[in-house]
Design a protein around this ligand. Structure first.
Ligand code: ARG
Length: 566
């Protein structure tokens, strides 16, 4: 809708002899005064050295002729204040309701985007540290896919590192073989091995040797590794399923190994590999870096490859397989330097084309109420499955007495409320911010929470169920609450585009919340079911229905399932 209004304003600026780009219409900063505003006259005044009021008045005179506007006003120093007619809103509402995309336009520039998110390490259980990556990445993938881009979501398993050598060494100590490996066993074995390696240098050396042997594909090590991978994958995919997260690809760091030779060839062909203290490195800093970027190690002095080698090789792999326009990394923001180095290496060596966009989308930490990274009461890192069941238990307590939910449905409803609260509680924060894990707040049925959005939807379902009207039509808008709701609904496309441009799903979460609040006001102010005028009743039901469909779309993009009743 804002695009449409901006087109009108741009044409008016142009007709008055000004630059059309000045005609950008935004939501009003002062909703009591008007619905929309255009600040182009002030900008134009500077460029053209003419009084802003003069420009604003000329443009306003043209806009006043446009039947979409019910009010065009000019206010000092040069604001153009705008209200649209109810007919204009109704037309837009009706066409959104009729549209399979609910009025949200698809992109005109579809891109292929590989999203690297999740990033758990096999043999270790999935913990809250990986929770944010999974939740944010899933939502970004869904957003970009809905907007018409081709997306490839890759979990990029950490399956090739020291943790595998540690686990293999510890299994040997315990006299266990590949056949004994289960997910429960792995949960115990890794912490044991990790603790032991810190106290026992001989054990630690063995674990390192085993890691190198695995990376050189020694059959005995590969056999155990395969079993670890198989068990871990099954366990991980169950956890991700509970969380409503899925991946197109289950590649791991190990899959990049095959691409290392091609990378080394490209680096050598351009003389980029240099010897530095026995290691082979690429110098990636340039004169604009302050402080300079440290060189990126590709091969360590003992001949081993490291995290950066794998990431460079993975980019080579992705370019060969998907030739993506963009690669997005959803990773803890503390990995920023690592990715900066990796990006420089692939750009210098033309492993990626100049136009390929590599985006590091760092996120902040989920903290406990003490402001430190979230831990369990005994100080450990919480397992994701335990976390979901903790939240589900609390959600169950909240709905135990509800008469709206049949008892048989309560466990499943509690699970959905739990996951929705957890995910919304995360996604509503800008991804770069740290946030506090506050279960009571997340589960509250009021405020900016997942529960509140689910509750709003359940309320609308109940109204629509009772109304028994199949295909209600928009006919009128009565009162400001209805207009505000209409505008909130019609801004969805704008909000999604903004979230995509910023790679920040919190704008989708905000939009859902704004709609839910506008709906609550409308519901409070208007008769719906017992409205006596049939046309008014139908029109309000049409508003309910579009609100429901758009809220469901928002939730789907956030990767959140709704509940029927609550
Ligand atoms: N496995 C890594 C970790 O646990 C995250 C992987 C992120 N993606 C990547 N391409 N490096 O920290």
């Amino acid at each position: 809708m804002l695009d449409k209004l901006s087109t009108f304003a741009a044409a008016a600026f142009e007709q008055c002899g000004f630059e059309p780009a000045l005609g950008r219409v935004i939501l009003s900063n002062r909703p009591q005064l008007c619905q929309f505003q255009c600040d182009g006259a002030m900008k134009g005044a500077k460029q053209l050295r003419r009084p802003p009021m003069e420009i604003a008045k000329a443009v306003a005179d043209v806009l006043a002729e446009n039947p979409a506007f019910s009010m065009v006003d000019v206010a000092p120093p040069g604001f153009i204040n705008l209200n649209v007619t109810d007919e204009f809103l109704l037309q837009n509402l009706a066409s959104a309701a009729d549209d399979a995309r609910l009025g949200v336009p698809a992109t005109e520039n579809p891109r292929t985007i590989v999203l690297d998110y999740g990033g758990p390490n096999v043999a270790k259980s999935l913990h809250v540290g990986h929770l944010r990556s999974a939740i944010i990445g899933e939502s970004l993938k869904r957003l970009m896919r809905f907007l018409g881009h081709t997306t490839v979501g890759d979990i990029h398993l950490g399956d090739w590192g020291l943790q595998i050598g540690l686990v293999i060494a510890q299994l040997e100590e315990l006299g266990l073989t590949a056949d004994d490996i289960t997910a429960e066993l792995l949960c115990d074995v890794y912490p044991q091995a990790s603790a032991r390696s810190k106290m026992d240098p001989e054990f630690s050396k063995k674990a390192h040797d085993y890691t190198v042997a695995l990376q050189q594909r020694e059959p005995a090590k590969v056999a155990v590794w395969k079993k670890i991978l198989e068990v871990s994958r099954a366990d991980l995919s169950a956890s991700y399923r509970d969380l409503g997260v899925s991946f197109d690809l289950w590649y791991g760091e190990s899959d990049a190994g095959a691409f290392i030779p091609a990378v080394l060839d490209k680096l050598n062909a351009q003389n980029l590999l240099q010897l530095d203290d026995g290691a082979q490195v690429v110098h990636v800093t340039d004169e604009n870096d302050n402080p300079p970027l440290p060189p990126c190690i590709i091969i360590k002095s003992d001949g081993a490859y490291i995290y950066a080698t794998t990431d460079v090789a993975t980019i080579e792999q992705r370019m060969q397989e998907f030739a993506p326009h963009e690669i997005w990394y959803v990773t803890d923001k503390r990995q920023g330097l690592h990715f900066e180095q990796v990006f420089r290496v692939v750009q210098k060596s033309n492993i990626v084309a100049d136009e390929t966009a590599l985006r590091f989308l760092g996120f902040g930490t989920m903290n406990g109420s003490d402001g430190k990274p979230f831990k369990t009461r005994d100080g450990g890192v919480m397992n994701l499955r335990d976390l979901i069941s903790l939240v589900t238990t609390q959600a169950m307590e909240k709905i135990a007495d509800s008469t709206y939910i049949p008892d048989a449905d309560k466990p499943e409803t509690a699970r959905k409320i739990a996951v929705a609260s957890l995910k919304f509680g995360d996604l509503v924060n800008h991804r770069t911010k740290d946030y506090i894990f506050d279960l009571q707040k997340f589960l509250s049925f009021e405020g900016k929470t997942g529960s509140y959005i689910l509750y709003t939807l359940a309320r609308i379902n109940s109204i629509l169920g009772k109304a028994g009207e199949e295909n209600p039509q928009f006919a009128q808008l009565a009162g400001d609450a209805e207009r505000e709701l209409a505008i909130a609904l019609l801004l969805t496309g704008q909000q999604f585009a903004h979230a995509a441009a910023q790679q920040a799903p919190n704008f989708v979460a905000e939009s859902a919340y704004t709609i839910a609040v506008a709906f609550a006001k409308f519901y409070h102010d208007s008769n719906i079911l017992n409205e006596t005028c049939a046309q008014t009743r139908a029109s309000r039901l049409a508003l309910c229905k579009l609100t429901r469909d758009l809220l469901l779309l928002h939730l789907d993009i956030l990767g959140i399932e709704a509940v029927e009743a609550m």
